[in-house]
Design a protein around this ligand. Structure first.
Ligand code: NAD
Length: 471
């Protein structure tokens, strides 16, 4: 029996004004899932009013008081992990290890920002000599709008919510219409954990109906968007017209550079992870494998062997939406070379009933081919050989995107040299970890603004200077 989910406005489940709900789908089985409220501009307006009414009292609490609530939200997410994982699985088909990682990281965002807001949420005194007292303070924007995509639903919601709430903002969030239920559940958990009514509101629905209304609402004072370049470009236009501060976390086509002197076991494992983690539906997936010519074929053989043993539904999940599934299959059909492995859907077995795509490797691809330049957002890796360090750098930067990069080399100085010259928001050398603590965001078409780390705390605040003459 499909469950019908309402919006979450002012601390309670609230049916949509238009009395319309949208279907969802389990992409692992093709069966219908729960229904979500079809949000409209009227629903958005109600949520913004609730947030506006709640924001001052929340902002006036001390950082320590807000932090205590955030810690309790983290506790609640951890305690509710099994349910959250099941809700997420039902609309994404994600495999167990991926679900666990995402829910753990979701709690970690609240834990982290509960800590840092107490240490770094305050301004400083600026010495200007006797008779003057000058200081800065971070103040919240007020009502922040957050729009999230379908690939890491709960995780990306928490990535924006935790710093925004920590700094004393109230939020209206619109999750993807394909994956809204975990965000609704989070709002309920947050209320039970002591977050006052109206501080966090969830409006579900489509981008054109609910998302556009949220971005256009005059009560929204800052917007954080994670999603496609096309929607990001549209929202940048809206934000430009309103002079609305905006964070854009968009796509990527990130390079994984492997030199012949690298730890090849580690580099091959990283390439397999790029291909299979969330079935490649990760904006930071390093799915352009650039390999020094002398070890190129060996690395490709090892990746192909590792991928051949992976089981759909166990080691990797389906694509999350039907549209994305069709888009990936079309790109595979148009590839300029035959695949070294994979290359299409499953024709038989249980995987044939879901939106599963075989992990696919295209070796020695022309760097100008669409499959080597466009973000596939599926389990598809392309490889391109290079001759030397300059050639590697040229290929790594030969993209309109700049989200992340990975470099593998036994020569750490060379790894760091490249890290500094690659145009991307974050570069991992020899598997260096990128975590809740590390700022995350794009160069070039991958967007602007930063999520995660200390940087994101200050993205959700405006800096005020107060200067007083003491006489
Ligand atoms: P999308 O842009 O289609 O949708 C993202 C969100 O925006 C959804 O909630 C959607 O309903 C909403 N939306 C769509 N049109 C809108 C409009 N006109 N106005 C307001 N809101 C609108 O993206 P998607 O297909 O859900 O997600 C996949 C994309 O997200 C990929 O390109 C991927 O790279 C990117 N992504 C980026 C990051 C990052 O942190 N950089 C993380 C995950 C995904």
């Amino acid at each position: 029996m499909a469950i019908r989910h309402d919006h979450w406005i002012d601390g309670r489940h609230t049916p949509p004004e238009g009395r319309a709900w949208l279907p969802t789908l389990d992409p692992a089985t093709g069966k219908p899932g729960d229904e979500i409220a079809a949000g409209s501009p009227a629903d958005v307006a109600r949520a913004v009013v609730a947030a506006e009414n709640a924001r001052h009292a929340w902002a006036h609490r001390s950082p320590a008081e807000r932090a205590a609530v955030l810690h309790r939200i983290a506790d609640a997410v951890e305690a509710d992990a099994e349910t959250l994982m099941e809700l997420e699985r039902a609309c994404t088909g994600k495999v167990l290890a991926q679900l666990r990682l995402e829910v753990e990281t979701s709690a970690a965002y609240f834990r982290y920002y509960a800590g840092v807001v107490r240490a770094a949420g305050q301004g400083q005194v600026i010495e200007q000599g006797a008779g003057v007292h000058t200081y800065t303070r971070y103040e919240p924007y007020g009502v922040v709008g957050v729009i999230t995509p379908w690939n890491l639903p709960l995780n990306q919601a928490c990535r924006a919510l935790a710093p925004a709430l920590a700094m004393g903002n109230a939020v209206v969030i619109k999750p993807s219409e394909f994956t809204s239920v975990s965000t609704l559940r989070l709002a309920g958990l947050a209320a039970e954990a002591g977050l006052p009514a109206g501080v966090l509101n969830v409006i579900t629905g489509t981008g054109p109906e609910a998302g556009e209304a949220l971005a256009a609402h005059p009560g929204i004072r800052r917007l954080a968007f994670t999603g496609s370049v096309a929607t990001g470009r549209y929202l940048a236009g809206v934000a430009g017209g309103r002079l609305l501060p905006l964070t854009l976390e968009l796509g990527g086509k990130s390079p994984l550079v492997v030199f012949a002197d690298a730890d090849l076991d580690g580099a091959v494992a990283a390439a397999v992870t790029a291909l299979t983690a969330n079935s490649g539906q990760v904006c930071s997936a390093t799915t352009r494998l650039l390999v020094e010519e002398s070890v190129h074929d060996e690395v490709v053989d090892r990746v192909v062997t590792a991928v051949a043993g992976l089981r759909p539904g166990v080691d990797f999940g389906p694509l999350i939406t039907e549209a994305q599934y069709r888009k990936v299959l079309d790109l595979l059909a148009d590839a300029p070379v035959p695949p070294a492995t994979g290359g299409g859907p499953y024709e038989e077995g249980s995987a044939a009933r879901g939106l599963y795509v075989r992990p696919t490797v295209f070796a020695r691809v022309d760097p100008d081919a669409p499959v080597a330049r466009e973000e596939v957002f599926g389990p598809v890796l392309v490889t391109v050989p290079f001759e030397d360090e300059d050639g590697a750098l040229e290929l790594a930067n030969d993209t309109e995107y700049g989200l992340v990069a990975a470099v593998w080399s036994g020569d750490l100085a060379r790894g760091l040299r490249l890290a500094e010259r690659i145009e991307a928001g974050q570069v991992a050398v020899n598997g260096g970890p990128l975590t809740v603590e590390t700022p995350f965001g794009g160069y070039k078409r991958s967007g602007y603004g930063r999520e995660k780390g200390l940087a994101a705390l200050h993205e959700y605040a405006q800096l005020k200077t107060v200067s007083a003459t003491l006489r």
